[in-house]
Design a protein around this ligand. Structure first.
Ligand code: G3H
Ligand code: 13P
Ligand code: ZN
Length: 288
């Protein structure tokens, strides 16, 4: 079922687990993610970025994810990830996204506050939640390539000031992880600053979001959750699962010309990769 993000947090936060926010770009990835949630009977967040929206169209990707979510046996939240354009975020909220991220973390603090606050005021009137970001992660997104020199770990006091000034409902912070495939291919190493997560969590009273979490080992994930992370964003690991399955499928069946046949293994691969993450994020004792 399609649920509002607030449903995930209505009983308060627990140190036992974090919800995954899985990025999708297409039908097959969405099917894999949602089937993983159904098989394990756990809630999850499906996220679309502005890159995906310009690839597929806002209404199209919304309809694909929302339709599958409504039919799902387990709860699914729809989130817009790394939004830069406040007007697009407003359109997404009107369409039915219950959660959007305004990521103006690359701008000066006061500008980030102003832009985030504008989206929060609109979203709250419409009943949606907003994720803001303070600090900057290394790595690449559609829009930017952030180098070591430009990255900025989140300062706990600044995170508090940002939350108080904007009223965001969830907060992405930079604690050492890196966006994109670069860390998996060995280009950079992520060091997750657990005491920093704890210090932010002690001050900021909303769920904290860990971006760039693909490739982060299980013990570090447990540590992040124990110290206050409540949502964990995964994109790259699912992209890899999808792409490897597609390459294999095309290689094994060079004669195949029916996309429904050669794409099918991608759904299964994304499902298995999502299940792995879902189990990891729900701690040692909730699932096997
Ligand atoms: O952090 C989010 C994504 O991994 C970047 O996704 O290429 O769709 O912007 P994108
Ligand atoms: P990864 O590139 O590590 O999967 O991070 C995804 C992310 O942060 C999406 O917002
Ligand atoms: Zn991210």
């Amino acid at each position: 079922m399609l649920v509002h993000i607030k449903e995930l947090f209505k009983e308060g936060v627990t140190e036992k687990f974090a919800y995954p926010a899985f990025n999708t770009q297409n039908l097959e990835t969405t099917l894999g993610i949602i089937r993983a949630g159904e098989e394990l009977d756990v809630p999850l967040i499906v996220a679309t970025t502005e890159g995906t929206i310009s690839y597929a169209g806002l209404e199209t990707i919304f309809d694909i994810v929302a339709t599958l979510a409504r039919k799902a046996k387990s709860p699914v939240v729809l989130h817009l990830d790394h939004g830069k354009d406040p007007e697009q975020l407003k359109r997404a909220i009107r369409l039915g996204y219950s959660s959007v991220m305004i990521d103006h973390s690359h701008l000066a603090f006061d500008q980030n506050v102003r832009d985030t606050k504008e989206v929060v005021e609109f979203a709250h009137r419409e009943g949606a939640w907003v994720q803001g970001e303070i600090g900057r992660l290394r790595g690449t997104e559609d829009w930017v390539s952030v180098s070591d020199a430009q990255s900025l770990l989140t300062e706990p006091e600044e995170a508090l000031k940002f939350h108080q000034a904007t009223g965001v409902d969830t907060l992405a912070c930079s604690v050492g992880t890196v966006h994109g495939v670069v860390k998996i291919r060995g280009g950079v190493t992520a060091h997750v600053d657990l005491p920093r997560i704890k210090a932010i969590n002690d001050l900021v009273p909303v769920p904290l979001v860990l971006h760039g979490a693909s490739g982060v080992d299980e013990n570090t994930v447990f540590g992040a959750i124990e110290n206050g992370i409540r949502i964990i964003n995964i994109d790259t690991e699912l992209r890899i699962a999808f792409t490897e399955a597609l390459r294999e499928s095309l290689k094994n069946h060079p004669e195949e010309i029916d996309p429904r046949h050669f794409m099918k293994p991608t759904i299964e691969a994304v499902k298995e990769a999502s299940k792995l993450k879902l189990k990891q994020f729900r701690t040692r004792n909730l699932l096997n």
